[in-house]
Design a protein around this ligand. Structure first.
Ligand SMILES: [Fe+2]
Ligand SMILES: [Fe+2]
Length: 375
């Protein structure tokens, strides 16, 4: 009997070929592999030759860096390690079944239903639509980490859904059957599909603009506004001592998302500068209007009845306020002039109290790294 293959066994030699005739056919090809070596040594890489997209420098060589800040993002991201299993959900199970009102349960379930599908989209956007277009390894390496983090976030929502005992079949299908949730997902999916076409050539200026706009949408609106503000209803419950386990899970996710958004903004800014490209103000306006309409419909659905200290109007006003903040960070016109900070507690509530310096440290570093203050 043949022993089962063990992936952790590095010692046992590979088994003899089962088909010697086939092996003999393959062997000569392996031997001539030497002929693919270059005839002469390759020229060293200059950092200046690297580009965000369409670069010709060797993608397999990390340094010299042209974008050292991207490497810093990778190092910083590695300081936020956790798994959802480390946070107790015991009190949440009790809160959900015995303390939340029907309106609060409705909010909580639908926030999870939206987020769990959204994070899969975020993962696919970075992993399939963005990463393959990047032509500097220091950018790809942070994005590889981001892909993992989005998968971790999906696990986190799944862990919350499962440990509280929600009907998984029903929750995961909500984004399909609830139009107000589907609207946001569909909008993101459309953007993603446009830049994932096999024939999408970035040497074409119109395509390059489309790509920059799509990256802007995902980093600035999808992650920077919809996620950032999307956790808020759960933080509103946390402020009242409810669903504290789930809220802490979201705080860990938020730390990742703040970096995803900041990194994306930095890439978009550098891309526009490098390619001497400007985002079309009309296209941006359309993007903001679509995002606001989708967010308003979503807020009206999840908060069809207000909960204590939080309602749909506050949610949308805060979306506009955060949108202005993000626009300033990219260096484009504020989309909603005059929007006010109606939830002054949000930034503080979103922060993990046990590591208070985390955000403060980053504010300083972003300011020196390219005017990316989280004001
Ligand atoms: Fe995420
Ligand atoms: Fe993200």
């Amino acid at each position: 009997m043949t022993a089962a293959y063990r992936f952790d066994d590095w010692e046992t030699p590979a088994a003899a070929p089962q088909n010697p005739a086939l092996d003999a056919k393959i062997a000569p090809k392996i031997e001539v592999g030497r002929s693919i070596l270059p005839a002469a040594a390759l020229a060293p890489i200059n950092a200046a030759d690297k580009r965000i997209v369409n670069g010709k420098a060797d993608i397999n060589q990390l340094a010299p860096f042209k974008y050292p800040w991207a490497w810093e993002f990778f190092l910083k991201a590695n300081r936020n390690h956790w798994t959802p299993l480390e946070i107790s959900m015991a009190q949440d199970v009790h809160d959900y079944h015995h303390k939340l009102s029907p309106a609060e349960r409705h909010v909580f379930e639908n926030v999870l239903a939206y987020l769990t599908t959204s994070d899969i989209l975020a993962m696919r956007n970075i992993g399939l639509a963005v990463m393959e277009k990047m032509s500097a390894p220091e950018l790809q390496i942070y994005q590889a980490r981001q892909v993992y983090e989005e998968a971790l976030h999906t696990w986190t929502y799944q862990h919350c859904i499962e440990s509280i005992g929600l009907d998984q079949q029903e929750i995961y299908n909500r984004y399909r059957v609830v139009p107000e949730i589907h609207g946001k997902i569909a909008l993101a999916n459309r953007r993603l599909e446009r830049v994932m076409r096999a024939d999408f050539d970035l040497t074409n200026r119109a395509n390059l603009h489309e790509f920059a706009l799509s990256y802007f949408f995902f980093a600035v609106i999808f992650e920077g506004c919809w996620f950032y503000n999307g956790f808020t209803p759960v933080f509103a419950l946390q402020r009242r001592g409810l669903m504290k386990g789930a809220a802490e899970q979201l705080q860990y996710i938020m730390r990742d998302e703040v970096l995803h958004c900041a990194f994306g903004i930095r890439v978009v800014r550098e891309l526009l500068k490098e390619e001497d490209l400007e985002l079309d103000p009309r296209a941006l306006r359309e993007l903001w209007d679509e995002a606001e309409a989708a967010e308003t419909a979503y807020a009206d659905y999840i908060l069809r009845a207000p909960i204590l200290g939080y309602n749909a109007e506050l949610h949308v006003q805060q979306f506009r306020f955060i949108a202005n903040r993000r626009a300033r960070q990219v260096g484009v016109e504020e989309p909603f002039p005059g929007a006010e900070n109606v939830l002054p507690w949000l930034d503080e509530q979103a922060n993990l109290r046990k590591e208070k310096n985390f955000f403060e440290t980053r504010v300083t570093e972003y300011q020196t790294g390219g005017a990316l203050a989280w004001d």
